[in-house]
Design a binder for this molecule. Structure first.
Ligand SMILES: [Zn+2]
Length: 49
């Protein structure tokens, strides 16, 4: 399973998500504060580069 890390640009919450959750966050916003999310808020691996 592919997972990515979402970091909210507003509340700075970092959440590990799968592809399904990623699509949900892009559509519905941050699960914590509901601020809209963009592709830039996701990273494949924060330890890589
Ligand atoms: Zn947030």
């Amino acid at each position: 399973m592919t997972t990515v890390h979402f970091t909210c640009s507003d509340c700075a919450q970092t959440i590990e998500v799968n592809e399904e959750m990623r699509e949900t966050i892009l559509a519905a916003g941050c699960p914590v504060c509901t601020t809209g999310a963009s592709e830039d808020d996701f990273s494949d691996d924060p330890d890589d580069g």
